[in-house]
Design a protein. Sequence first.
Length: 215
Amino acid sequence: MGSTLMPFPFGPASRSEYRLTCGLALSLLAHLLLIAGVRPMTAIYAPPAPLQVEIRQHPTEPGAPLSVPSSSDAVADAGPAAPAVADTKSEPIRSDPGAVPELRPDLRFPLERYYTSREVDVRAEPLNDPPLVYPQRAYEMRIRGKVTLRILINERGGVDEVLMLESEPHGVFEEAALDASRTLQFSPAMRFGRRVKSQKTIEVAFDPYESIHIP
């Protein structure tokens, strides 16, 4: 008995459509298998653990001074510290009877400074009134004049130096004003309750019509 081929139930156009449909079905099945095999990547968020701090109190004896522990003591887990024992064998501090204490000058009071009247608490005031000798030639000619002086006063009230600042007229009354000013005595100026050097600016007037001493 011979075999016979059964004819394909479709025509040429139906065969092409059948093959295209099978190809699309196989491609769709392959994509579904691929999608099913790939798992989405998920990231698990873990919140950070809170910082834990442990405070330990070391036992201290009553009356002991407070102290800050070092970093090594804070990290190491040590047992209770042993009570401190006072050193009763320490030698007492002895002073050398022959030692001379070092004396330093008070920076508030410079040794060579003469304070002005605004810088002192109590100003130096004159204690005497020396006679002012009028030059005879100037008196006969009835010449008036004035001399401005700066007086440097020491801490005892004496005059250290007299400086000429201005004179009018020039070359007439300078010597008479200097001689009278050098014999002045003052009460010492005071600063912070201490006697200090000071300076004072005065004006000596010469008038032939006033009561003055004529040599």
